[in-house]
Design a protein around this ligand. Structure first.
Ligand SMILES: NC(=O)c1ccc[n+]([C@@H]2O[C@H](COP(=O)([O-])OP(=O)(O)OC[C@H]3O[C@@H](n4cnc5c(N)ncnc54)[C@H](OP(=O)(O)O)[C@@H]3O)[C@@H](O)[C@H]2O)c1
Length: 299
């Protein structure tokens, strides 16, 4: 396989893809925000123009939903316009672009999981800016993929599951939202499932890629604590209490209530379907405990 460029390689998903694919022998050329800051098409051309590559995965994005809500211009520039610039450059080079996107392009009003054919209706600046990026990538040419993930977790950057475990180690009470549903996505599973899309899977379009099943933030956190306890962590609390999303005063942006992704298209493309989210979370917590991530600091 030819070279694969990864943008956003300092982030949770980009770092996992870069490490895993390098380990399996791919020729990965990784850029983080320091080495390639998106938003300036001339800089993009200057940095990527001289490099030969067959595929590029764009994991770079402004991902803080509340920050985007109050920094609209920057959000649209990075998540929308820069996605267009990246895809155009890929098209010029005859390379495939895999653009990572989000369940937040949906309004969350569907009672059933979202399929790729469902119409996006973003309800936040983040969602709208990511949708702009999706539309741009898909308009550039038929060989490119928009890959939507949700509730991304993995060893390269702390996310909700890590925070719940860390809090339960020191606090008597841990709460999480119990009226919002989505599907967690394990970065290491995404690395395995996305690899064939660099070259082998023909065509292009939109793909949902999340672990199978759905949960609320409370259920997700509770299962993480169950796994942490199974693995011998000395938690101060074993229960995650439920709170309504409306009670979280720090949330500036609106969030979709039910943005569960239906990832069955993968199987219809002849690929392995994602495993259930509980299996992925169990494995992750086990590995993090074994790696000593939550060991008490030595006195
Ligand atoms: N996290 C989730 O739960 C979630 C859910 C749904 C979809 N997604 C999508 O999945 C993709 C990967 O997200 P993630 O979880 O890996 O998030 P992440 O850890 O925040 O990674 C995004 C990376 O993009 C970088 N970045 C931000 N602005 C940039 C710019 N102007 N130029 C270059 N790089 C820039 C960030 O750099 P800094 O670290 O310096 O800020 C960060 O390293 C994104 O497309 C996101 O929209 C994520």
């Amino acid at each position: 396989m030819g070279n694969v460029v990864i943008l956003g390689a300092g982030g949770r998903l980009g770092a996992a893809l870069a490490r895993n694919w390098s380990a399996t022998g791919e020729n990965v050329i990784a850029f983080d925000r320091r080495t390639l800051s998106l938003g300036d098409p001339d800089l993009l051309e200057q940095v990527l123009g001289p490099i030969e590559f067959d595929s590029l995965v764009n994991c770079a994005a402004l991902t803080n939903v509340d920050y985007c809500e109050t920094h609209q211009e920057e959000a649209f520039k990075v998540n929308g316009e820069a996605a267009n610039d990246v895809a155009l450059l890929c098209e010029q080079k005859g390379a495939r672009c895999l653009h990572i996107s989000t369940d937040y392009v949906f309004d969350g009003n569907s009672a059933t999981p979202y399929k790729e054919s469902d119409i996006p209706v973003p309800i936040s600046v983040y969602g709208a800016s990511k949708r702009l990026g999706e539309e741009a990538v898909l308009a550039v040419g038929p060989r490119h993929w928009v890959v939507r993930v949700s509730w991304v977790f993995g060893p390269d950057r702390v996310s909700f599951v890590d925070q719940v475990v860390a809090r339960a180690l020191v606090e008597d009470k841990v709460d999480a939202v119990d009226n919002k549903w989505a599907s967690p996505t394990y970065t290491l599973d995404a690395a395995t499932l996305l690899l064939p899309f660099l070259e082998r899977v023909p065509g292009g379009g939109t793909l949902h890629l999340a672990n199978e099943g759905a949960c609320t933030w409370r259920e997700y956190g509770q299962f993480a604590l169950d796994c942490a306890a199974e693995n011998g962590l000395a938690l101060k609390t074993f229960r995650v209490g439920g709170v309504p999303m409306e009670s979280i005063k720090a949330f500036v942006a609106k969030r979709p209530v039910h943005s569960v992704l239906d990832s069955t298209k993968l199987a219809s493309l002849g690929r392995i379907p994602p495993r259930p989210w509980k299996e992925a979370v169990r494995e992750y917590i086990q590995k993090q405990v074994a790696a000593g991530v939550w060991n008490a600091p030595k006195a």
